[in-house]
Design a protein around this ligand. Structure first.
Ligand SMILES: [Zn+2]
Ligand SMILES: [Zn+2]
Length: 340
């Protein structure tokens, strides 16, 4: 009986360890394991040349000038291999970033492990492999990289690729928060504010939002503003709400800039001030907010706070349409006759 217990315990430990072991394999960089081609990102076993593109092992392409090199410094421009790889890994073009991301992940870099995990999660530029995604995220998190735990939280929270499990999601947000992540604090705050998964507790929500806000997180400043504006768990306090909206706007929240623009243009909660309103709309538009772009188009079309200017109006509507507002495309088309 005793024996059996031990066996079960041993087996369960092994089962727990297995994903970690295969993860270690993924991250291993010893010559006996696969190595990553720096040109195409293929994993090849043994030494020699890449099984996919034929490039010799360790050849890298300089991000500064495009020259291919074997030595640590680019022979043409002198750029260091490590700097070039870092730059490549951060490229917004996933196909371009992929070889560097996979290579750096193999060296155990947590940010690269997290990026590689996201490729496995979305199935681009690698084939989708959720088991691999989980392993890489977990490894990055264990190495202290909070965004990996946020990504795992989001996976469970959204429930698109796996069954939704908000409790599991919350656990991962807590792990991120334990690493000091503002985003982690913010997500925990939303759980307490919404009260759909756990019991609603506004003071706890505000506590988490404050922790994130202290780290300069714009979303949390917005959430605090909203709590004060709505009087969640307290009396409405519009002055403090406005203070937090401005803090969020200054921390770079386009939503806060847009909302402040709206408040000053409407003049319900604050004295109407179209100059202030339009200047907040401009800030929001600069940050890519489509609603503010549309509002600026409307202001120029109707002469609200500015002189009427159909050409400017059309230009703002066009920007808003390019930012994804279908109503702006309609307004733009309508204005074309006037502008001609
Ligand atoms: Zn290759
Ligand atoms: Zn170069």
């Amino acid at each position: 009986m005793m024996m059996k217990k031990w066996l079960i315990l041993l087996l369960s430990i092994l089962v727990l360890l297995l994903p970690l072991l295969s993860a270690a394999e993924e991250a291993a960089s010893s010559p006996e394991e696969g190595w990553v081609c720096l040109i195409c990102g293929e994993e090849t076993a043994g030494s020699g040349a890449c099984a996919r593109c034929g490039t010799v092992r360790n050849i890298w392409r300089c991000m500064g000038c495009g020259t291919e090199n074997l030595s640590e410094l680019c022979s043409s421009c002198g750029k260091a291999k490590a700097d070039s790889l870092d730059e490549q890994a951060l490229s917004p073009d996933e196909i371009r970033a992929f070889p560097a991301v996979r290579y750096l992940a193999h060296t155990g870099r947590p940010d690269a492990l997290c990026a590689l995990a996201s490729y496995y999660e979305i199935g681009f530029p690698l084939e989708q492999d959720l088991a691999h995604a989980f392993t890489c995220y977990e490894m990055a998190g264990t190495l202290g990289y909070a965004p990996a735990y946020i990504a795992l939280g989001n996976l469970y929270d959204r429930g698109q690729r796996i069954d939704r499990d908000p409790f599991k999601a919350m656990e991962y947000y807590q792990k991120a928060a334990d690493l000091g992540s503002a985003e982690g604090f913010w997500f925990l705050g939303t759980y307490y504010e919404e009260g759909t998964v756990i019991n609603r507790d506004y003071s706890k929500a505000m506590e988490y939002y404050r922790k994130a806000a202290d780290l300069g997180d714009p979303d949390s400043l917005m959430s605090l503003a909203y709590c004060y504006a709505q009087g969640k768990g307290m009396e409405r306090d519009l002055d403090t709400a406005l203070e937090y909206y401005e803090k969020a706007a200054n921390a770079g929240s386009h939503l806060a800039c847009d909302y402040l623009g709206y408040l000053y243009m409407q003049g319900d909660l604050v004295p109407r001030d179209t100059e202030k309103g339009l200047s907040w709309y401009r800030k929001a538009a600069d940050l890519g907010n489509g609603r503010s772009m549309f509002a600026l188009g409307y202001a120029y079309e109707t002469g609200e706070g500015v002189e009427k200017d159909p050409a400017q109006a059309a230009a703002w509507y066009e920007k808003a349409a390019l930012a994804g507002r279908a109503d702006a495309a309609e307004a733009w088309a309508r204005l074309q006759e006037t502008v001609q």
